[in-house]
Ligand binder design. Sequence first.
Ligand SMILES: *[C@@H]1O[C@H](CO)[C@@H](O)[C@H](O)[C@H]1NC(C)=O
Ligand SMILES: *[C@@H]1O[C@H](CO)[C@@H](O)[C@H](O)[C@H]1NC(C)=O
Ligand SMILES: CC(=O)N[C@H]1CO[C@H](CO)[C@@H](O)[C@@H]1O
Length: 319
Amino acid sequence: MQLRLSLALAAASVVPTALAATYSLSDNHVGSDFLSSFVHEAIADPTHGRVNYVDQATAVRLNLTFAQGNTLVLRADSSSVLSPSGPGRNSVRIRSQKTYTTHVAVFDIVHMPEGCGTWPAAWETAEDNWPNFGEVDIVSVGVNNISPNAMTLHTSANCNMPASRDQTGSPTSNVCDVNASGNVGCGVQSTTPNSFGPSFNGNGGGFYAMERTNDFVKVWFWQRNDGSVPSDLRSGAGSVNTDAWGRPNAFFPNTDCDIGSHFGPNNVIINLTFCGDWAGIPSIFNGAGCPGDCATFVNQNPGAFANAFWQFNAVRIYT
Ligand SMILES: *[C@@H]1O[C@H](CO)[C@@H](O)[C@H](O)[C@H]1NC(C)=O
Ligand SMILES: *[C@@H]1O[C@H](CO)[C@@H](O)[C@H](O)[C@H]1NC(C)=O
Ligand SMILES: CC(=O)N[C@H]1CO[C@H](CO)[C@@H](O)[C@@H]1O
């Protein structure tokens, strides 16, 4: 009896840690599933881009959204010359119907939008409670150039990151508060090759994953052909164990930021805009080797957007 009790106690004390990093598949978004589990947001671009976000019926009709079999493609129009006084280039922005608190999100991406003026992002936030419920940018343009990828938190006040952390990426700022430094957020640049843009696409893409707990946020990236891609993640298994995934590209611990209180229920958002508050800054646009003025370029060069598309094998959410 006594032995049993102590065994039970021992087991009980082991179980929480053993389970801490194990998550079960909750939402497996593949192909046509995206048409019911995400909404197309036909909204004015909050970042003032040269874009016209269309609704789902329009996106499907124009084949800007193609969701069939094992494929989701989200693309921008690449055939129309635009009038400078009319709406911007047709594109799509989708947002998950569901919200998530602690969870793991896996993005199996074949291709991300590339080209002058494109500003793609895969991220999580609560649009109506920003910044109080936080923002996690998982795939987004880097700070000084088009590549590499930058993984960034944007939060309400009193959220800072330690300069030295157990991560492979390079921090660019350690202050997450949106009111600091014009909302650059606390960003970490990936140092893994082929994490963004043309080199990502040329390599068959890869896997981004984000784990959010009340104690930390972690973001990983693996190139598709990397031998160290975790097998549970690659296969879309029914459960994943993030403890076995190794060192993340970006690690945002709770040492000087109460992650639990700075983040609320968030939607997953995938967007593709042009120019705007970031990519449209002349020094950024021209600095990336792009000619003239961003909005004029977008208006006059539809063919330059032939590769401005996302292609996903899956977005999987584990809870
Ligand atoms: C729509 O887009 C998909 C994905 O790029 C492509 O395979 C398909 O041929 C397109 N359909 C039409 C009618 O253009
Ligand atoms: C901080 O930023 C938010 C969002 O932009 C704004 O609503 C708020 O007024 C700002 N607070 C301060 C103290 O500047
Ligand atoms: C236009 C648009 O939807 N822009 C958003 C895309 O994603 C980034 C995250 O990196 C947001 O900050 C933008 O507001």
